[in-house]
Design a protein around this ligand. Structure first.
Ligand code: SF4
Length: 430
C-alpha cells in the first residue's frame, strides 16, 4: 500500500486530489513519508482546511522525489476530539503567507474516494462525538435552565455565549443534562500563552476563538446549577477551568467556598479543575475540601520550551510539577493536558523529561491533545530552529505505555466511575 494522494484547494474552498503526488507528513521542521500503518479514515466530525499562501509537499509517484504541489493551496485536517494526530500537514509557506488561526493542522490525503489522516482514536468516551448532539435538544435545555436560574450570570453565559454561540461541547452537554459540566470562574490569568484561546493581544493578527469571561461568579452562582447536575447527570463531572476564562486558581477562595457547599449537598460525581497548575498552595487548599481531580495544561515538560510559550507571571515551571505532586499526595486524580506537536512532543529530549515527570509526580493520565496553533508561527515564536531527533508520536505512546502501563491515555477528564471503577467503561451504552 502506498501513502494516500496529496490534496490541494483552488482557493475557493474546493478541494481536489493530485494523483501525481503521495502526501507527506510534517514533524518539527521536516516533511517525511508517513508509515502505512498510521493512517485512518478521517473520523466523523473532522473538517478539511485550505491553507492560504502554502504549497503542499508530496512525493512524486514516478520518481519518489519530494516536490511541491503547484496546483493549489495546501490542505490540512482538523481532526475531531478524542483523536490524536501523528503528523502535521507538510507545506512550504510563501513569505507573506497569513498566520493560521488557532486550530490543529493534521496531514490529510485521499485514496479510494476517502479522506485519510495519520491519527488514532485515543479516547473511547463518546461525550464530544459530533453525532451525539441534537440542536433542538440543546435549545430546549437552554430555555429550561435559563428559566430555572433566572438570576444566575454563569448559566446565562454558558447558555448564550458557550452553548449557542461558541458551540462548546461541554456547555451543550450541560444543557442536555449529561456528563461533564463547565464552571468558568476567572476573568484574569497569570500566564500569557502565545496560543491563548480566550485572549489575544491587539498586535497579533490571530484572534482568540472565544471571549474571556468578564465577571467573577459567586460561590452561590456556582453551587446553584452544579449540585443538580451532579445529582442527576449520568457519569457526572463538574469542571473549573474552561476555554472561555483565564486561570481558575486565581479564584481559589471562591472555588473552595463552592466545593465546601457542593459537598454539603451531594457526594456524587467528580469535582475537577483544568488549570495551568501555577499555584500549588491553592491546589492544597482545594484538595483539603474535596477537589477530586486536576488537569494541568502544558505544551512541554521542558522548562526552556514551556516558558517561552506560557510566559508565566509570578510563577515558575517547577510550580506546575509541584501542583501535580500535591494532588497526588491527597490521592486525587492527576492528568496532564498535553498539547501534542509532532517533532517536539516526541523528541528524545521531551520523552526523557516526560518519563521523569511521570515518576516524580505519580501522574495518572495523559490527555493527548492536538495543539491548535500555526506550526511555523509557534516554532518561530519559541525560537526553535532544530527540534532534534524524534521518535514518532505513535512510538512515543507505545514506549510510555510499555514503561508505565498504569498511566491512562485519553482526551477527556474521567468520571468517578472510571477513576474508582473500571477505566474501560463500555461507552457504547453510556
Ligand atoms: S493559561 Fe489558559 S487562559 Fe491563561 S493565557 Fe494560557 S491559555 Fe490563556
Amino acid at each position: 500500500m502506498h501513502s494516500p494522494y496529496i490534496l490541494y484547494s483552488d482557493g475557493n474552498g474546493n478541494i481536489f486530489e493530485d494523483t501525481s503526488l503521495y502526501v507527506t507528513g510534517r514533524t518539527g521542521w521536516d516533511a517525511i513519508a508517513i508509515p502505512e500503518d498510521e493512517w485512518i479514515e478521517l473520523p466523523e466530525g473532522g473538517q478539511l482546511y485550505e491553507l492560504p499562501g502554502r504549497r503542499g509537499i508530496g512525493i512524486d509517484v514516478e520518481t519518489g522525489d519530494m516536490r511541491l504541489c503547484e496546483k493549489g493551496w495546501a490542505v490540512a485536517a482538523f481532526i475531531p476530539p478524542a483523536h490524536t494526530g501523528f503528523y502535521l500537514a507538510a507545506y512550504e509557506a510563501a513569505p507573506n503567507a497569513p498566520t493560521l488561526p488557532l486550530f490543529c493542522y493534521t496531514a490529510a490525503g485521499w485514496e479510494d474516494d476517502k479522506f485519510y489522516v495519520p491519527a488514532i482514536r485515543i479516547e473511547q468516551d463518546i461525550r464530544q462525538n459530533s453525532s451525539g448532539y441534537n440542536e433542538d435538544t440543546v435549545t430546549v435545555g437552554v430555555q429550561k435552565l435559563l428559566e430555572a436560574y433566572p438570576h444566575n450570570r454563569l448559566v446565562e453565559h454558558l447558555a448564550n455565549n458557550c452553548a449557542l454561540t461558541y458551540k462548546c461541547p461541554a456547555a451543550r452537554n450541560f444543557f442536555i443534562g449529561r456528563w461533564e459540566c463547565p464552571i468558568p470562574s476567572s476573568p484574569a490569568c497569570n500566564a500569557n500563552c502565545l496560543g491563548c484561546i480566550s485572549f489575544q493581544p491587539e498586535e497579533e493578527t490571530i484572534v482568540s476563538t472565544q471571549d474571556r469571561l468578564t465577571f467573577k461568579p459567586t460561590a452561590h452562582e456556582i453551587v446553584e446549577y452544579t449540585v443538580p447536575h451532579l445529582e442527576t447527570a449520568p457519569y457526572p463531572i463538574v469542571s473549573f477551568g474552561q476555554g472561555c476564562e483565564g486561570e481558575p486558581l486565581l479564584m481559589w477562595q471562591t472555588i473552595r467556598e463552592a466545593i465546601v457547599e457542593i459537598r454539603k449537598h451531594t457526594s456524587k460525581g467528580s469535582i475537577n479543575i483544568n488549570t495551568n497548575g501555577s499555584m500549588p498552595k491553592a491546589v492544597k487548599a482545594l484538595c483539603e475540601v474535596g477537589l477530586d481531580s486536576i488537569r494541568v495544561s502544558l505544551n512541554s515538560v521542558r522548562k526552556h520550551v514551556y516558558d517561552p510559550y506560557y510566559c508565566p507571571n509570578n510563577y515558575k515551571f517547577e510550580d506546575i510539577i509541584e501542583s501535580l505532586k500535591v494532588m497526588n499526595s491527597f490521592g486525587g486524580w492527576t492528568s496532564i493536558n498535553y498539547f501534542v506537536f509532532p517533532g517536539m512532543t516526541d523528541s528524545v529530549e521531551e520523552y526523557e523529561a516526560l518519563r521523569k515527570v511521570i515518576r516524580e509526580t505519580g501522574l495518572k493520565m495523559i490527555q493527548w491533545r492536538n495543539f491548535n496553533i500555526d506550526p511555523d508561527w509557534y516554532l518561530s515564536k519559541i525560537n526553535i530552529t532544530d527540534t532534534g531527533e524524534a521518535l514518532g508520536i505513535k512510538q512515543l505512546m507505545e514506549l510510555i505505555h510499555e514503561e508505565f502501563p498504569e498511566v491512562k491515555f485519553g482526551y477527556f477528564n474521567p468520571p468517578m466511575e472510571r477513576i474508582k471503577g473500571d477505566f474501560k467503561l463500555d461507552f457504547a451504552h453510556h
